[in-house]
Design a protein around this ligand. Structure first.
Ligand code: FAD
Length: 333
């Protein structure tokens, strides 16, 4: 089996090496050759990590726009058509995951993300990766080559030492992709761990919210209520909310004091994420919605009408409380 590790010279190369090295333990005995494909922008790095497994070659691939997946995919597709690797390993970051999935699709292979372990079973690859929001570890058999795998995040771990040994370096000159259609791009950094997991009050918003703009209005409502906002899968898949706000079997399993589920139909996989709420209020225009089966209070109405009214009541009550507190302080003076 021939494998290549796709790495970026512009990011922490020792950390990438430590992550990828951890995936090699399973297939190590079955590897006929292992290469490093190192993407760089302006100048290749001077130091290269030393791997626990012998590298057959380090191929330097210059890319005009290393942050643009199309540009990198173009280069990878060309080198793969020459080298014909059985397995391509990618880093754990967002770009590694995107390249892994899209390259597998372009090459007609298989892909798996956040892979913790990789095994060779009957001349094919099986991977172990967490599923359902880390609630289960699955073993998945991949059938189509090349197997494109992106490794699970490992944290700092023990980085590999660097070497200046350039004996196996080869600069691969490939025609770059002419990207005249891409006018601008932006990288949006994930907000990281959310406070949702430990929240006492949760506003769980579903597809009924209809747009990103409306989701932003829901955030204002949540702030007024002192709640953390969570979302169903269609909402995060439409990028109206951050992925780490996902509620359900693929995301957070919550047990808040109060949960308001607004505009969610109540699919079983979602319900699993909020069924342990101590008090559950559901708002849905459809009186048949399954979410009402587990709600303590069900409101058949438009979620915006109900939540904006609730927001206005809480604002008035807060203002009144503030005024009373201010008056009491004045009386005390
Ligand atoms: C393997 C797998 C894992 C999954 N894991 C998850 C998971 O972890 N979490 C998850 O959420 N989903 C998950 N899903 C998807 C899940 O099956 C449902 O598709 C999803 O939960 C539906 O989300 P929703 O209720 O927001 O959207 P919809 O089903 O589209 O429901 C929207 C609801 O909003 C109501 N509505 C519309 N407008 C309004 C309004 N103005 N006011 C009030 N109500 C309104 C509608 O009546 C409807 O009931 C998974 C699916 C699979 C296959």
């Amino acid at each position: 089996m021939k494998a290549a590790m796709v790495m970026h010279a512009d990011a922490d190369i020792l950390l990438q090496a430590a992550e990828l090295n951890s995936l090699l333990a399973g297939p190590a005995d079955h590897l006929d050759s292992l290469e490093m494909w190192l993407l760089y922008h302006e100048k290749p790095p001077e130091n290269i990590p030393r791997f626990a497994y012998p590298l057959a070659a380090i191929r330097l691939l210059q890319v005009d726009a290393p942050d643009v997946p199309e540009a990198v995919l173009h280069v990878l597709q060309q080198i793969q058509s020459n080298r014909k690797m059985d397995m391509l390993l990618f880093c754990s970051d967002g770009l590694g995951q995107e390249l892994c999935t899209r390259l597998a699709y372009r090459l007609g292979g298989s892909s798996a993300l956040t892979v913790e372990r990789c095994l060779v079973v009957d001349a094919t690859i099986a991977v172990e990766r967490p599923v359902y929001g880390n609630n289960l570890m699955a073993r998945i058999r991949l059938e189509l080559r090349p197997y494109c795998l992106s490794v699970a995040k490992k944290g700092k771990g023990s980085p590999l030492e660097a070497t200046r040994d350039t004996a196996f370096f080869e600069t691969v000159n490939l025609p770059p992709l002419q990207i005249d259609w891409l006018k601008a791009w932006a990288i949006e950094v994930d907000e990281g761990e959310s406070a949702l997991a430990a929240a006492e009050i949760v506003l769980a918003v579903g597809n009924g919210v209809q747009s990103r703009e409306n989701m932003q209005k829901m955030q204002v409502v949540a702030d007024t209520l002192g709640a953390e906002i969570g979302a169903s899968r269609p909402v995060v898949m439409s990028a109206w909310s951050d992925m780490n706000r996902l509620i359900g079997m693929s995301g957070h399993i919550l047990s808040p004091r109060i949960c308001i589920a607004a505009g969610v139909s109540g699919a079983g996989v979602f319900r699993g994420g909020i069924r342990n709420s101590r008090f559950l209020v559901a708002i849905n225009t459809d009186k048949q919605a399954a979410i009402f089966e587990i709600a303590d209070v069900g409101i058949v109405d438009d979620l915006f009408a109900v939540l904006f009214e609730l927001e206005s009541i809480v604002r008035k009550a807060t203002a009144q409380n503030d005024a009373v507190a201010a008056q009491e302080r004045q009386n005390g003076d």
